[in-house]
Design a protein around this ligand. Structure first.
Ligand code: FES
Length: 289
């Protein structure tokens, strides 16, 4: 027997969009697509971001955090079939959107901590001092200037906290963070990683520059760093990207115990996954070896 509870006026849910609501302190996500309403459990089964803030296309919603996709009709996990979401009973009754309480999932332990369940941090990272917004659905207890481990599309990197979620509260929170604040870095991790990066980077720059020059590839490598994961190095160059450059430096990476060396244009910030560096000839993940 359905137990309908009103959650909003019908007009509160725009066309081809979603919204999040709470029923008995349980978060639910309601969407309108193609004139129909759909309701699913509100928190993503991956790491708990609010699905009501996800992008809707047809009957598919994309999680705002790591882009997992879900079928709004069936709840099927399209990115990860073993992680579906519950579909909920939803209807419009006398202008009100109603949810069937009997279809609510178990109460989640995640708190409604901000607009979309993601704590955002302003972080400086990379040897060029990029500044970006990173997030985590779990709160990472840290303060201004704390060193943290970040997960970026390049791998794991060290970063420095510039502002905490409280500091960012007044900012527009709808932008997708550029990566994840994984945890605080320990002093030992910082003091062992940074000297290695400082020592190895000049060698990589010298050897890669020599190889590129021998091949008449006109890239001036001006800076570099070894990422915290110890598997990747990034070298920054001036000049036009050249698709032949990456494969040429593969052996340098192997010689120094690295899995890869990526080449990035000096002036451009790194792009999220799939975009490459944006220059001709560079595929997803940058001009990597
Ligand atoms: S895909 Fe939703 S939280 Fe990761």
């Amino acid at each position: 027997m359905p137990d309908w509870v009103s959650i909003a006026e019908e007009s509160a849910i725009a066309a081809d969009a979603g919204a999040k609501f709470f029923v008995d302190d349980i978060e639910v996500a309601v969407f309108r697509s193609g004139g129909d309403l759909y309701a699913i459990e509100g928190r993503c089964p991956h790491k708990g971001a609010s699905l009501g803030n996800g992008a809707v296309e047809g009957c598919i919603v994309t999680c705002p955090w790591h882009d997992w996709k879900f079928d709004l009709k069936t709840g099927a996990g399209l990115t990860n079939p073993s992680s579906p979401v519950a579909t909920l009973g939803v209807r419009v009754n006398e202008g009100s959107v109603q949810i069937d309480r009997e279809t609510l999932p178990q109460k989640t332990s995640l708190a409604a901590n901000d607009l979309d369940g993601i704590h955002r941090y302003l972080v400086r990272y990379g040897s060029l001092g990029w500044v970006g917004v990173f997030g985590n659905v779990d709160r990472v207890e840290c303060q201004h200037r704390d060193r943290v481990i970040l997960q970026t599309h390049r791998g794991q990197e060290l970063g420095e906290i510039l502002s905490t979620p409280e500091d960012l509260a007044a900012q527009n929170n709808s932008d997708k963070p550029g990566g994840e604040v994984v945890r605080l870095a320990t002093t030992d991790e910082v003091t062992s990683h940074e000297p290695r990066s400082r020592e190895l980077s000049p060698l990589l720059i010298e050897e890669c520059s020599g190889i590129l020059a021998e091949s008449d590839i006109d890239l001036a490598i001006v800076d570099g760093e070894v990422l915290f994961d110890g598997e990747s190095a990034v070298l920054y160059f001036l000049g036009d990207s050249n698709p032949d450059a990456g494969p040429l430096v593969t052996d340098v990476a192997k010689r120094h115990g690295l899995c890869r060396i990526e080449l990035y244009p000096f002036i451009d910030p790194p792009k999220p996954e799939g975009g490459g560096c944006g220059k001709e000839g560079c595929g997803g993940g940058g001009c990597h070896s």
